[in-house]
Design a protein around this ligand. Sequence first.
Ligand code: HEM
Length: 214
Amino acid sequence: MSLGMLYLNGEAILVYRGFRWAEKYRTKMVHLSLQAGAFLIALFGLKAAWDSHVLNKNPTTGQLDPIPNFYSLHSWIGISTLSLFFFQFLFGFVVFFCPGAPLAVRKKAMPLHRSIGMIIFVLSLGSALLGISERAAWKMTCWTKDHEMCSEMLITNFFGIILVCYACGVIILVSYSPWQRLPLPSEEMHVSQNDDDYGSDTAPFINNRRHDDD
Ligand code: HEM
């Protein structure tokens, strides 16, 4: 889950920042592919979590002893985030890629796409942290029974801190406006000719930025 919804999602978001000089079509393809990969990995994670509950065995009797699904806050936030991710992907695909909406619609849709995208990213971090805490509470009893921090607990906490640092890095990079992608000279031409081409997706962003920077 952390690999898909947090790491790959973060990398997909940063593609437009890291490869600002690359053609829009290529960056779009990378953004799209990484998001698709993130979703697939998250689905595998969901299946693994589901099976670990449904196929749970009682350690003493060895009998099947299923754990109920969707009781915890982690599961509620997690499944909501995954559903939001699915709709955001569908929306992004149809509006910006295939078949692609007219320029005016894409202009209106882009700020919403950005905001919902960042909300999904933050919710993914929240779900991951809740999942880490849930596992620590259920499986690692050293801190409650023996009143000491065992090495497993230390590793778990460090993992959570790494996730927080990664997410903060992505959020800082995305909110730093001088690093936003500007249209390449060839795309500027499309925009000024009001051509409904892929390059002109950046038009709302240009407007935003001018307002921001003024
Ligand atoms: C759930 C999946 C997705 C999430 C979470 C997501 C998230 C984001 C975020 C946060 C941004 C802002 C990046 C920045 O400001 O540099 C962005 C930009 C963008 N996304 Fe997505 N996205 C998703 C799927 C898609 C899909 C399927 C497409 C279709 C190709 C797409 C096309 C775009 C475009 C064209 C931009 C604007 C890039 C620019 O010129 O600055 N996204 N996305």
